[in-house]
Design a protein around this ligand. Structure first.
Ligand code: UDP
Length: 380
């Protein structure tokens, strides 16, 4: 059965993303695996995207990520302009069997409003929505619009209207998991790594405090708001503090960053990221939010690095305590668990990733959901 999917990755970053990128990373992982299963993919993103696809549409030449710092109505304007392009395309042709949408709220409302003749829409939730029920108010579209989560925990917390439209969850994946069990082990260094946006929910302040108290070398990798390099943040003026993540870094994290035991290295990408991750003694997820999907978690397992984490959000679904990582609900115990991370077998982490978190596993799950939605939408 041939299938053409319009994959909407939004206007914010190119696909694959240049360094940090959540949704765009997921799309870049999923699309090649879907195409290997014979799915035709029309990618709606920005002109600078280089991911090989069957066709592409774009409204903006380049990613609009920097605009996310602008007032809310301008951000919505960009999102709407991008979606107008998607909708124009949907009206202009009849070969799109399904829309797989990754753009938050605004996108779904627009696609919902398209009427009964439009193709079915699968919307993947990427965020922890418990705190933002208003974003999905008035979700309708009957059987034409369905949502999936990236973990069972995320769906369980989602507003009722979303759960009623849910077709289940699909865990995230990483190309690093392909043949991960066959990869030779890498010598582990002393450092513990926190990989992700520097933001209160990811708990870098707790990681840094524990590193200083317990005495382990800690590397914090990831952007602080729009700043990818320490030098850029240092050169930024006072206005930078308008960004809550910049404030969090200055007020809660910076006091522990001594450039020796605790270092912030900015955003890491490509081979640098993989080497930092594979050589870490453990990755640490000192979560203060309900992590919805955790790409960095499955990447860590794929590279044979045990995960030490607060057992929140998707973590207990992705990590088995004692076998692929160590989990606790207790912030203070987290520091002791870091010291025990060597007890976890890197081979076991890689085997788990190769079995559960490959792009092929994710793509097969999505094709099953696409089929389910198409059957539903064509049922008499
Ligand atoms: N990432 C990266 N470089 C960094 C920090 C993060 O490449 O310095 C990547 C990370 O490897 C992962 C993604 O950005 O692929 C973050 O996704 P995740 O689901 O872990 O967190 P999110 O930021 O989407 O909540």
């Amino acid at each position: 059965m041939s299938l053409t999917v319009l994959m909407n990755a939004g206007p914010w970053l190119s696909v694959p993303p240049p360094g940090y990128g959540g949704i765009e990373n997921v799309v870049a992982t999923l699309v090649p695996a879907l195409r290997r299963l014979g799915v035709r993919v029309v990618l709606a993103s920005v002109g600078s995207s280089t991911l090989p696809v069957d066709e592409r549409i774009s409204v903006f030449a380049d990613g609009q990520f920097a605009a996310l710092q602008r007032p809310y109505n301008q951000v919505c304007g960009i999102s709407q302009a991008h979606l107008a392009g998607v909708v124009r395309e949907l009206h202009a042709r009849d070969d799109i069997d399904l829309v797989h949408d990754h753009v938050e709220a605004v996108g779904l409302a627009t696609l919902t409003a398209m009427g009964p003749d439009a193709p079915p829409v699968l919307h993947t939730l990427h965020w922890d929505l418990a705190k933002h029920p208003e974003l999905y108010g008035g979700l309708d579209g009957g059987d034409r619009v369905r949502v999936n989560g990236v973990s069972a925990a995320q769906l369980a917390r989602a507003p009722k209207a979303l759960r009623e439209h849910s077709v289940g969850h699909v865990h995230l994946a990483t190309p690093l998991a392909i043949d991960a069990h066959r990869r030779p082990g890498v010598a582990k260094g002393e450092h513990v790594l926190v990989l992700g946006r520097i933001t209160p929910g990811k708990g870098q302040d707790l990681a840094a405090r524990l590193a200083q108290r317990v005495g382990f070398p800690l590397v914090l990798a990831g952007p602080v708001g729009p700043y990818h390099r320490p030098a850029d943040l240092a050169a930024a003026g006072d206005d930078a503090r308008l960004n809550p993540d910049v404030r969090f870094f200055h007020d809660e994290v910076a006091r522990y960053v001594d450039g020796d035991r605790v270092r912030w290295v900015g955003t890491v990408a490509g081979r640098d990221r993989d080497e930092l991750l594979a050589g870490a003694r453990a990755t640490l997820f000192p979560l203060r939010w309900e992590e919805p999907g955790g790409t960095a978690v499955v990447e860590s397992l794929a590279l044979g690095t045990p995960v030490v984490a607060i057992a929140r959000g998707c973590l207990p679904e992705l990590v088995e305590h004692g076998r692929t990582g160590l989990l606790t609900a207790d912030e203070e115990e987290l520091g002791d668990l870091v010291l025990a991370a060597d007890l976890v077998e890197p081979d076991e982490c890689r085997r788990e990733a190769a079995a559960r978190f490959t792009p092929a596993v994710m793509a097969r799950r999505y094709v099953a959901l696409y089929d389910q939605l198409r059957r539903r939408s064509t049922a008499p």
